[in-house]
Design a protein around this ligand. Structure first.
Ligand SMILES: CC(C)(COP(=O)(O)OP(=O)(O)OC[C@H]1O[C@@H](n2cnc3c(N)ncnc32)[C@H](O)[C@@H]1OP(=O)(O)O)[C@@H](O)C(=O)NCCC(=O)NCCS
Length: 286
């Protein structure tokens, strides 16, 4: 199964999105919402059904987690999703996603989805910059604030369950089962008021920013998600945390750095990040 997924995926998408066994196990086969293989000759058609992984996760939506195939294969996926009683089928953006939508480069795939009644929505980006080339500005935090790596998981999880109770809480709790490395936090006194994930060659877990690390060259790094508590936004703290987290990556020798699944190109663009991959949201009412 792993080899079949890998060979079909890489034959279609391997240049921009090279997949490996680790990612297939983590995101498709050995996660809490594993995929079902929809039978279609020689095609890759993986359907993911919802599980109550976090509070607002819509249980009427299922997802195409991976697809490389023809019109008959896509019709088979749609039929299966409909037969199981789901109301909506989304392309990507699933729990344990590979893609947050359909990559804009794959015009034939976009056309195939449109021909089958998929609606196309807004863009999301993976952004990238070379941390060896960009000069990060210095930051003066207001008094009482500091940026530090995680030392006590419960403080972070309490913050996330209040401020970001969905996917980010879930993904972070999953990561913490494997490692406490990679969480760069903004503290106000003894309270967490902002968080970010970083990934590099020493991380035990993978995040969306580094799924495609084989296309990122040596000394890859990644960042995301990042978030600031609502009452602390708009005071320069998000940018300060972003700079602080990128400094950690820089100090670990990371070069090409990706920030995944965002529509805030202007925010990250202030530090020189530019679009690396572009996705269109795609979904179909069943
Ligand atoms: C996005 C977020 C981290 C920004 O943090 P913040 O503390 O509110 O932002 P800052 O005050 O540090 O803003 C720094 C600069 O970025 C700009 N900026 C802030 N949010 C922005 C946004 N959403 N889009 C574009 N620019 C933005 C600010 O205007 C400011 O510009 P200036 O220096 O020219 O005045 C924060 O708003 C947040 O947590 N939002 C919810 C979660 C989220 O969307 N995270 C990012 C997911 S990819």
């Amino acid at each position: 199964m792993i080899e079949k997924i890998q060979s079909i995926w890489n034959a279609s998408y391997g240049e921009l999105f090279p997949i490996d066994e680790r990612l297939i196990r983590r995101n498709l086969l050995e996660c809490e919402a594993p995929v079902d293989w929809v039978q279609a000759d020689g095609c890759l058609a993986l359907l993911r059904r919802p599980k109550p992984l976090w509070p607002e996760l819509d249980q009427n939506t299922c997802w195409i987690a991976a697809f490389a195939g023809d019109a008959a294969a896509l019709a088979a996926v749609i039929d299966q999703a409909r037969a199981q009683g789901y109301k909506k089928l989304s392309f990507g953006a699933d729990p344990f996603h590979l893609w947050p939508g359909v990559p804009k480069e794959y015009s034939e795939l976009i056309r195939l989805l449109e021909d089958h009644g998929f609606e196309m929505g807004g863009e999301a980006f993976d952004l990238s910059a070379d941390l060896g080339q960009i000069a990060l500005p210095s930051v003066d935090l207001p008094s009482g604030y500091r940026i530090a790596m995680l030392d006590e998981p419960s403080q972070l999880l309490d913050f996330l369950s209040t401020e970001f109770p969905g996917r980010w809480h879930y993904d972070t709790a999953n990561r913490l089962k494997q490692e406490t490395y990679g969480l760069v936090l903004l503290w106000r006194g003894d309270r967490v008021v902002g968080f970010s994930h970083i990934f590099d060659e020493t991380s035990a877990d993978l995040g969306g920013s580094v799924f495609w690390r084989a296309a990122m060259g040596r000394h890859w790094g990644g960042l995301g998600p990042i978030g600031i508590g609502k009452s602390e936004r708009g005071k320069g703290l998000g940018m300060a945390l972003l700079i602080g987290a990128l400094r950690v990556l820089q100090s670990h020798g990371a070069r090409q750095c990706v920030i995944d699944w965002t529509d805030l190109a202007n925010f990250y663009g202030k530090l020189g990040f530019k679009p690396w991959r572009t996705y269109l949201r795609a979904w179909k009412a069943l």
